[in-house]
Design a protein around this ligand. Structure first.
Ligand SMILES: *Cc1c(COP(=O)(O)O)cnc(C)c1O
Length: 862
C-alpha cells in the first residue's frame, strides 16, 4: 500500500525545552560545536543514528526522555545559555555594520542566487564545488553580518546517492526528501484567517508555474528555496524542482526560469512580509541564475521605463560570477526555446531578450542562447573565481569586447574561499583560538600562526587522532559498501593505519580532473603503497555525473585497482562523497592531491580545506594553487601544457607525480627525530596554516565581494535611484554613441620622438581624431602602450588619457597631444584610440567600442 499523503509529526516540547526547536531550525548549529554538543546531550545514540540531524533527533526522541531533560537543571541552564548566544549572534554588530557605518554605498540588501547550496549533509541540495561554495558564502556572510538573502530551488530528490555494484560500477539512488522533516519552514504570511503560505507564479510557455517557498535560516542569512511540488500545478509543472541537474533541456530551462524570475518574486514577498530591506545588488552565482535580470527589467518596465533604461538600471546593480573555464561547461539553450518562454514576458521585446544571450561573435553559434553571455550583458560587474580563472575568462569571452586587449576585458577575479568553522577539525581550531586576539595574524578570532607556538608533540598527537577519525569513518563506510556489493568485508578491520602518511583525492569525476592519473603506472603506485618501511595510503572518493559513462568507467578502474588483495589495505575508494564524508576526510589527510588538466580547474576549494587542517597540497598549479603555491605549503606537479598528445602529457605529469612522492614527500614524512617526531613535516603544517589560513578563508572572499563588487554595484544602482533619469540618460547616451560610432576615427598619428629612446624619455604623440556628431565630452582619446610581439600586436597594455584636445577646422576634427614616459626597456609599442567616456560606465570596455587608426598596430582580436 502507498500512502497518499504523509505528515511529519513534530514533538510537543515541554516549555523548558522549547528553545530546542528554534535552535534546530537555525542552521547555525551546523558550524557551532556547542549547539551540536547540546543536541548530542538530548540522546547520544539517536544523535549518532540520525547522522547529526536535530530535526530527526527531536522527532524521534521519546516523550519520557524529554520530560526528564526538562527537569535536568544543568541541561536547561546550558540550553538557555546557547539560546541566548544565538540571539546575540543574530543581532550583534559585526564587520559589515562597521564597514557600512563608514561607507554610504554599502548595500542594505543583497540577493544571492545559485542553483545549488551545500550547507549541511542534512540538506542534500548540491552536487559539488559550486554548491559548497554558495553554502560557505552564506555562512561567512552570516558571520560577518552581511545582509544577504540567498535564493535557490528545493529539489525533492537532491543530488543522487552513490553506491557501487560488485563490478565497481556506479549505482545511483534518488531518495525523496520530505521538507517537513528538514530544518525548513514554509514562508507564510499571518493574516486574519491564519497563516497563509506564500505562492509564487511564473509564466511557463503559455502556462503558469506555481511554487511555494521554503525558508532555511542560515544563521543571520535567510535562504529562500522555491518548490514546484504544489497542488495548483499539473503533472509536468509539479516536477520542475524534482531533481538537481535531472531531465532534459526543457526541464533545465524551466528550473532556471523558476530560479531567476521566481526567485526575484520570492525575495519581494519575503521583504514585504518581514520588512527585510530590499536588495540593491543581485548576484548571479553562475549563469543558471541569469533570468533574474529579465525579471528585474520587467519590473522597471512595469514602472514605466523603456527597455534600454530598465536594462541600464538592472545592470548597475547586478554582479555576475562565472565558474567554468571549460567551454563545454557553459550553460546554453536553443534560441527557439528561450523565444517560446519569453515571448510576451511583460513588455520585454523578444528580439532584445534574445540579443542578450546571442553568440554574435566570431566562433559563436547563431542558434544558441548563451547564459554566461547574458550574465555579462546583464551585469555591469563580473568576475572569475581565481586569478588564473580571471585570465582564462578574459580570453574565453574576449569576443564580446574584441576591440580591446584581453587584459582590458571587464572580468575581474575574486578567489574562492572556505568557511573555517565548517571545515577545520574542532580540536585544531581550539589550538588556534587566540587568548590575546590583537596580533596581525588574528583573523575572525583565530590566530592562524598559532601552531608555531604549539609544542610539536601536541600537534603530531592531534594529527594522529585526526587520521584515526578518518580511518574509523573509512572502515564503517567500506563495510557498508562491501555489503552493498555482495563481497566479503572480513578484511576491512585492517584497512589503513594511523601511522602511515595519508593522501586524499576526492572530487567530482569529469575527465579533466583525471581521477586515474595515479594509475598511469600501476606497478609504481603499488610499490609506493606496499613499501615495507615507508608506505603511503590513499583515500579516494567522487561521484560521476549519472549521464557520464566515461566518468563511471574511471571510477570502476579505480575500484578494481583498490579491490586487489595486495593493496586494498592501503588504497580505498569510498562511495557517496558528500559533506558528511568530507568533514572528517580533510583533517585526516597529510597530503591533498589534485591533478587536473591545467587550466580547467576554475579554482578548486578542497585543497583549501585540507590546507586549513594542516595538510600539504600536491597539485598541478591550477586554480587557487597557481596563485598561492609556495614550497612551504606543499608541492607543485609540473604541468606539461605544451604537449599536444594527451597520452604523452599524462605520462609526463604522472611520472612527475610519482617522483615527488618518492623523492620528497615520503622522505620528509618519515624523517623522524629521537622522539619519533617528523620535525620538518610538523613545521610545514604550521607554515601552511599560518601562510594560507588568512588567504583561503571564505570571510576574506566575502569581504572582497562586498568591497570590490557589491558596494560599487550598490553605488551605481543608488546613483540611478537618486537620479531617476540617469538610467534613461545613460541608455539614450549609449544609443546615440553607438549610432555615431562608425564616423569616429583616428585620422593621423605623429610621433615627435625618434624610434630608439632611453628608458625614462618622454614619448610625445600627436593625433588627429574625427568625432563625427559626437562631442569631445562623449569620448576619451587614449595613448595605449605595451609590449609588442613579432606581429606588432600589443600586450600587457596600459592606457593614458590625452588632455582635452583642440578643434582644428570646426567640422569635428580635433588634434590631441600627449606625452608618456618610456617606463620599461625592450620592444614597446603604442597606438592611439578613441573610446566612449561617461561617468556611469564601470569600465573603458563596457560598450565594446573603440576606434583605432587603421594603419598602425592594433590589439589582437582573438
Ligand atoms: C569542497 C567540496 C567539493 C569541491 O571540491 P573541489 O576541490 O572544488 O573539487 C566537492 N564536494 C564536496 C563534498 C566538498 O566538500
Amino acid at each position: 500500500m502507498r500512502a497518499i499523503r504523509r505528515f511529519t509529526v513534530r514533538p510537543v516540547l515541554p516549555d523548558a525545552l522549547a528553545p530546542l526547536a528554534d535552535l534546530a531550525l537555525n542552521l547555525r548549529w551546523c558550524w557551532h560545536p556547542e549547539t551540536q554538543e547540546l543536541f548530542n546531550g538530548v540522546d547520544p545514540d539517536l544523535w549518532a543514528s540520525s547522522g547529526g540531524d536535530p530535526i530527526r533527533l527531536l522527532s524521534e526522541v521519546s516523550a519520557d526522555r524529554l520530560q526528564r531533560l526538562a527537569k535536568d537543571r544543568k541541561f536547561v541552564k546550558n540550553l538557555q545559555l546557547i539560546n541566548a548566544d544565538l540571539a546575540d549572534y543574530m543581532s550583534a554588530d559585526q564587520w559589515y555594520q562597521e564597514y557600512a557605518s563608514g561607507n554610504a554605498s554599502a548595500p542594505k540588501g543583497i540577493g544571492y542566487f545559485s542553483s545549488e547550496f551545500g550547507i549541511t549533509a542534512v540538506l542534500p541540495q548540491y552536487s559539488g564545488g559550486l554548491g559548497i561554495l554558495a553554502g560557505d558564502h552564506l555562512k561567512s556572510a552570516s558571520d560577518l553580518g552581511v545582509p544577504i538573502i540567498g535564493v535557490g530551488l528545493l529539489y525533492r530528490q537532491g543530488y543522487f546517492k552513490q553506491s557501487l555494484n560488485g563490478a565497481g560500477w556506479q549505482q545511483e539512488r534518488y531518495p525523496l526528501i520530505d521538507p517537513n522533516s528538514l530544518p525548513l519552514s514554509l514562508l507564510h504570511e499571518d493574516t486574519d484567517e491564519g497563516a497563509v503560505p506564500v505562492r509564487i507564479e511564473v509564466p511557463l510557455a503559455g502556462r503558469t508555474l506555481h511554487a511555494q517557498v521554503w525558508l532555511a535560516q542560515v544563521g543571520r542569512v535567510p535562504l529562500l528555496l522555491l518548490d514546484s511540488d504544489v497542488e495548483q500545478n499539473q503533472g509536468a509543472e509539479r516536477e520542475v524542482t524534482d531533481r538537481l541537474y535531472g531531465g532534459g533541456v526543457d526541464h533545465r530551462l524551466a528550473q532556471e526560469l523558476l530560479l531567476g524570475v521566481g526567485g526575484v518574486r520570492a525575495i519581494r514577498e519575503y521583504c514585504r512580509i518581514t520588512g527585510h530591506p530590499e536588495p540593491e545588488v543581485f548576484h548571479m552565482n553562475e549563469g543558471h541564475a541569469g533570468f533574474l535580470g529579465l525579471e528585474r527589467i520587467r519590473e522597471y518596465m512595469e514602472d514605466g521605463a523603456d527597455f534600454d533604461t530598465a536594462l541600464e538600471h538592472t545592470r548597475a546593480g547586478t554582479v555576475f560570477t562565472t565558474h567554468t573555464p571549460v567551454p563545454a561547461g557553459i550553460d546554453r539553450f536553443d534560441k527557439h526555446l528561450v523565444f517560446d518562454h519569453f515571448n510576451g514576458f511583460g513588455a520585454l521585446p523578444i528580439d532584445r531578450v534574445l540579443q542578450l544571450g546571442a553568440e554574435d561573435y566570431e566562433g559563436g553559434d547563431p542558434e544558441k542562447f548563451n547564459m554566461a553571455v547574458m550574465g555579462f550583458r546583464l551585469g555591469q560587474r563580473a568576475n572569475g573565481v581565481s586569478q588564473l580563472h580571471g585570465e582564462v575568462s578574459r580570453e574565453m569571452f574576449h569576443g564580446l569586447w574584441k576591440s580591446f586587449d584581453t587584459g582590458e576585458v571587464p572580468i575581474t577575479s575574486i578567489t574562492n574561499g572556505v568557511h573555517h568553522q565548517t571545515w577545520v577539525h574542532p580540536e585544531l581550531l581550539e589550538l588556534l583560538e587566540s587568548p590575546r586576539g590583537n596580533t596581525d595574524t588574528v583573523i575572525d578570532g583565530y590566530d592562524w600562526a598559532g601552531l608555531k607556538r604549539v609544542d610539536p608533540a601536541t600537534i603530531w598527537a592531534l594529527k594522529r587522532r585526526m587520521r584515526t577519525d578518518l580511518i574509523a569513518m573509512t572502515r564503517a563506510r567500506l563495510t557498508e559498501s562491501c555489503h552493498n556489493r555482495g563481497i566479503s568485508a572480513d578484511w576491512v578491520g585492517g584497512v589503513l593505519s594511523p601511522d602511515v602518511i595519508t593522501f586524499g583525492f576526492a572530487r567530482r569525476v569529469p575527465s579533466y580532473k583525471r581521477l586515474t592519473l595515479m594509475l598511469r603506472d600501476p606497478a609504481r603506485l603499488k610499490k609506493l603503497l606496499t613499501d615495507p618501511d615507508r608506505p603511503i595510503q590513499i583515500v579516494i572518493a567522487g561521484k560521476s555525473h549519472p549521464a557520464d559513462e566515461g566518468g563511471k568507467a574511471l571510477i570502476q578502474q579505480m575500484v578494481q585497482f583498490a579491490d586487489a588483495e595486495d593493496v586494498r589495505h592501503r588504497i580505498v575508494f569510498l562511495p557517496d562523497y558528500d559533506i558528511g564524508m568530507a568533514r572528517p576526510l580533510y583533517p585526516g589527510c597529510d597530503v591533498w592531491m589534485n591533478n587536473p588538466l591545467r587550466p580547467y580547474e576554475a579554482c578548486g576549494t578542497s585543497g583549501m580545506k585540507a590546507a586549513l587542517n594542516g595538510a600539504a597540497n600536491l597539485s598541478i598549479r591550477d586554480g587557487w594553487w597557481d596563485e598561492w603555491y609556495e614550497p612551504a605549503f606543499g608541492w607543485a606537479i609540473p604541468s606539461a601544457e605544451g604537449i599536444e598528445d594527451p597520452e604523452q602529457r599524462d605520462d609526463i605529469e604522472a611520472r612527475a607525480l610519482y617522483d615527488i612522492i618518492e623523492d620528497e614527500i615520503v622522505e620528509r614524512f618519515y624523517d623522524v627525530d629521537a622522539n619519533g617526531l617528523p620535525q620538518r613535516w610538523i613545521q610545514m603544517m604550521a607554515d601552511t596554516v599560518a601562510g594560507l589560513g588568512p588567504k583561503v578563508l571564505a570571510s576574506r572572499m566575502v569581504r572582497d565581494y562586498v568591497t570590490n563588487l557589491y558596494a560599487p554595484a550598490a553605488a551605481s544602482s543608488q546613483l540611478v535611484s537618486d537620479r531617476p533619469d540617469s538610467a534613461k540618460e545613460l541608455a539614450a547616451w549609449k544609443a546615440r554613441v553607438r549610432a555615431a560610432w562608425p564616423q569616429v576615427a583616428v585620422d593621423h598619428v605623429e610621433s615627435l620622438t625618434g624610434d630608439a629612446v632611453e628608458v625614462g624619455t618622454d614619448i610625445q604623440v600627436s593625433a588627429l581624431v574625427r568625432l563625427g556628431s559626437l562631442s569631445p565630452d562623449d569620448i576619451e582619446v587614449q595613448l595605449v602602450a605595451g609590449r609588442v610581439d613579432a606581429e606588432d600586436n600589443l600586450h600587457e597594455t596600459h592606457s593614458y588619457p590625452f588632455p582635452s584636445g583642440e578643434d582644428v577646422d570646426g567640422s569635428g576634427l580635433r588634434r590631441y597631444e600627449g606625452v608618456v614616459a618610456a617606463d620599461r626597456t625592450g620592444s614597446i609599442g603604442y597606438t592611439v584610440r578613441v573610446v566612449p567616456s561617461h561617468p556611469d560606465l564601470a569600465s573603458v570596455a563596457e560598450m565594446g567600442l573603440a576606434a583605432l587608426p587603421s594603419d598602425l598596430p592594433q590589439p589582437p582580436s582573438a
